[in-house]
Write a protein that binds this ligand. Structure first.
Ligand code: SF4
Ligand code: SF4
Length: 343
């Protein structure tokens, strides 16, 4: 029983930190239209700093480390990073664009509990147009390799729904099925935040090149209803991760972006159970909210207990942050789930 994690979920104090999303680099080998991560930063955490971080996270109750970025496999010492966390027997999940999977997987597969690969289209044309690099065939091959080395219950696909692919939902599900992955999940494209390396005008202007317009949002609504009708078994088996209600939530999000309704109500307790640590050691309550310090300045448990961190958790709990109301990527860990250590 993880009483400290349970206390986190029923209050706004930080007794422990069970889930951490670690950006191991901001370097990336794709050029996605909705993201501006390209090159590693000069002062990214070294392997030795990550080893020290792994120990302090373990001391603070880490159960699940999620590698993100940038593209984690761009780090040539990534297998050593996995090894460092492997010492503490925590669950390790890799979020990857998949381009280097085929080359790098053999070195890391023994450490990983789960690999989630981003795939934004059922064909090279659709996927490559969004991802900015001719990468579809290589990524599909990487997914096949991952299924073969790790087993299909450890590999899944994530698709970011946007203007360029919203008509392809059904065919992406069919492709996922043919690749033998465990499941596929859908997220709406984030067009409003300053995350994903957006600065300046990209951070304050809604990205109309990626978001659906009013007519497209109506069309998307029809497509989601069709998917729900055609794929009943895939929803029931959770092969499609989201429930029908959650997919309708995506429709409402795109309609709300066009001013046609309110944004759907988000339920999220990410800052109560998790944190994002950037490639330079900044600690954030989640992907989208600003950081409150750096691991070079203070111990992690001290950072999590800072008044500003506490204040953010209270704001999230009371749903008073505008950012939470338009968020596309939430996390909700139930108290019983936390108590049973299901991270
Ligand atoms: S979304 Fe991911 S794969 Fe695409 S450029 Fe950004 S970090 Fe790279
Ligand atoms: S709703 Fe989004 S912005 Fe708000 S805490 Fe959750 S992940 Fe962060």
């Amino acid at each position: 029983m993880n009483v400290r994690a349970w206390l986190n979920t029923i209050s706004t104090t930080s007794q422990t930190l069970p889930i951490v999303i670690l950006y191991v680099t901001e370097g990336c080998n794709l050029k996605c239209r909705m993201c501006f991560y390209r090159n590693p930063l000069p002062n990214e955490l070294t392997l030795s700093e990550i080893e020290t971080l792994a120990r302090s996270l373990h001391d603070y109750g880490l159960r699940h480390i999620v590698y993100s970025g940038g593209e984690p496999l761009m780090r040539c010492d990534f297998s050593l990073i996995c090894k460092a966390f492997g010492r503490y027997r925590v669950k390790q999940t890799l979020l990857t664009n998949g381009l280097l999977l085929e080359k790098r997987l053999a070195d890391i597969c023994s450490y990983l509990s789960e690999v989630i690969v981003s795939l934004d289209g059922p064909t090279a044309d659709v996927h490559n147009a969004i991802r900015g690099v001719d990468s579809f065939d290589c990524i599909v091959q990487g997914i096949r390799q991952a299924v073969s080395l790790l087993g299909n219950n450890k590999v899944s696909i994530r698709c970011v729904v946007q203007k360029q692919n919203f008509r392809e939902l059904g065919t992406i599900v069919d492709l996922a099925r043919s690749l033998g992955v465990q499941r596929i999940s859908f997220l709406a494209v984030d067009v409003l935040s300053d995350s994903f390396g957006r600065t300046g005008s990209e951070a304050i202007t809604p990205d109309r090149m990626s978001m659906l317009d009013e007519q497209e949002a109506d069309e998307f609504s029809d497509m989601v209803e069709q998917l729900i009708a055609d794929h009943t078994a895939d929803f029931e088996s959770s092969f499609i991760s989201e429930s029908p209600a959650k997919l309708r939530h995506l429709v409402q999000y795109f309609k709300a972006l066009n001013g046609k309704c309110d944004f759907p109500r988000n339920v999220c307790n990410a800052p109560m159970v998790s944190a994002v640590i950037t490639s330079t050691g900044d600690v954030q309550p989640c992907f989208f909210l600003p950081g409150f310090g750096n691991i070079h300045e203070k111990r992690l448990d001290e950072l999590m207990k800072l008044p500003e961190a506490q204040f953010t958790r209270e704001q999230v709990k009371h749903y008073s942050l505008e950012r939470c109301k338009t968020c596309v990527c939430t996390l909700n860990i139930q108290p019983t789930q936390a108590l049973l250590n299901k991270f």
